[in-house]
Design a protein around this ligand. Sequence first.
Ligand code: ADP
Ligand code: MG
Length: 720
Amino acid sequence: MATLRQSALAMVQARPRIPVTPPSSKISDFFGANVFGNQQMKETLAPSVFKKVMEAIDKGSKIDPATAEEIASAVKTWAITKGVTHYTHWFQPLTGTTAEKHDSFFDMYSGMEKFKGSALVQQEPDASSFPNGGIRSTFEARGYTAWDPSSPIFVFEKTLCIPTIFVSYTGEALDYKTPLLKSIESINEASIAICQLFDRDVRKVSPSLGIEQEYFVVDKALYAARPDLVMAGRSVFGHTPARGQQLEDHYFGSIPSRVKDFMMDFEIEAHKLGIPVSTRHNEVAPGQFEVAPIFEEINKANDHNQLLMDVMDKVGDKHSLKVLLHEKPFAGVNGSGKHNNWSLITDTGVNLFQPSSSARENLQFLVFLVATVKAVYDHADLLRASIASASNDFRLGANEAPPAIMSIFLGATLSELLDELEKNGNVKIEKGDNMYMKLGITKIPEIILDNTDRNRTSPFAFTGNKFEFRAVGSSANCGGPMTTLNVIVAEVLRDLYKDIEKEMEAGKEKKIAIVDVLRKYIKDSKKIRFEGDGYSEEWAKEAQKRGLSNFKSTPEALDVYTKKSTKQLFEKHKVLNHVEVHARHEIELEAYIKKVQIESRVMGDLALNHIIPTAILYQNKLIENANGLKGLGLDHTAALDSIKEISKHLATLQIDVNAMTQARKQLNKEDDVTKRAKDYQSKVKEAYFDKIRYAVDKLELLVDDESWPLVKYRELLFIR
Ligand code: ADP
Ligand code: MG
């Protein structure tokens, strides 16, 4: 009988291509077709209602019940023309995926389709089935979702989806969106104050985000034949193929045709949903690809990324492909991240991280640049915690760029400029001096060419007109890290503003006051700046000398959430209260434990039920062969050597798997969740994963190819 692996491989050979025809050769003809956006609202709502929605979007004002009723009615009519029968509140619980609960428009009693304003604005899903870190005990599990008008309503899979926040009945956030929205408000306020030192017309500052999403693609049948991919999202075993990414030919190569069809197809769906995806290419590892949209306002960008992951999954299915968003699905080749390109843009149209030809604007640029550097320095541990997860641990701190040490790359031009500013601390500015000239600020080129993407090893890099946070994992909800980034930068901006005010009160001219404060901040945060190879051993040593943290595992990185200063920071910015911070910490520890637990179980099952029996069968064949050769009086040392080699690995495998199971049993008795997570890290993952994998991967090389039960790396990775 054929093994699962063999039948899967046969299926792959027979895959037809799924031809894709775009609805039109012009994307503009169908872009946003499935979105109830500004255009649709303008067309279908009364002008007074439309005005109220716009105010709710721009200023966060409340929508009154009558207005909600009118919007709901218009949305329903629009949705029905699209063949939609159900609606759902679409939200982002802390499980890391999106959630929905569908209700039908059909009203049995009236026999008509109905959609009430109240149903648009609020819903009550059962909060007890989502992680809440002890905020809600199950018997009072009432949480509710509330409409977020700043992100457009859309139709996906014949369902009307309403983006919402998700909070407990007592108001605590149970999702990623609520704190993100609050952090947007906080950085807006802090930035406006600074901007007004330069331009009184600035009324609003919004963070923008462009998310480059990396992912792997494997054939669906091969995926189904790998229980580890199905259960854990990554391969726990598998010997690296003869040809990995050493040739670096994949990055520049053409996209395999099956994958290209898939990409075209999901891009069409994304465009219909108003997701501005624009670039597609191969990534470094074989089977790895990237999609990037044009940046948007941060809340919308994050919703779009969450939705895009879903779209890719659904469309992949149609092409018999499975999209792997795990940070490290395959050992020995690069992992996947999600580069978060972040900047701040004013309502007057100025990107605050864009150097300009005007020296005055460059001083403002420097304020925001230095504030961000200082924020990463002051709160590196929080930033590290914001991207911590069991799956991202395989990337960060595991000999792969970017490292777990937080640092900032600015590029030669800016780095030298900041050094100079700091050194020129004693330069006296006289009346009539051109201060900008004297301090070298006029030297900032309008377009900084020399550093864009030069340093791919930095977790946090300035790339010409934005910062790029590269350590975010490919499966993450960017709402987490972006909330943290907004808060820490807002915090420094507030301090900066106060310090500038103080200097001015002491009689300094505004420009001088700003420069003097900047100098201090540059000096104080110098240690976080690093221009070298973040991947190297030397950097780890150097960083340690500088006193920078290097948390290699999630449970360790998450400790920062227990600090009083963390709770105070989030509370001060009205983003999370101390109960919410505590809850998030617990949820993430629990998630970590569960993931390691699942991986450990999958390893054990595969080893005991698939690997060991197969290896024994093959070994028996060798024994037969050895006996046969011996009976004929022929040399049988080769067979004997193989038999011994297999025995050796079988023995360690059996011992290690059993010991790992015992270790797990012990740890499950531990009540303290932090301790349990840390022990899962050291006593299960660290202690056994590599050992067990080593033995299995050796056996893969020893046992004959035909009987090996697991689909091999070379079969998974080289898709055509
Ligand atoms: P890379 O060289 O890293 O591929 P790109 O210039 O192609 O960088 O941009 C990567 C992402 O950064 C895209 O999603 C792009 O829209 C986004 N981006 C560009 N400018 C900004 C900005 N000012 N704010 C936020 N994201 C931006
Ligand atoms: Mg990039």
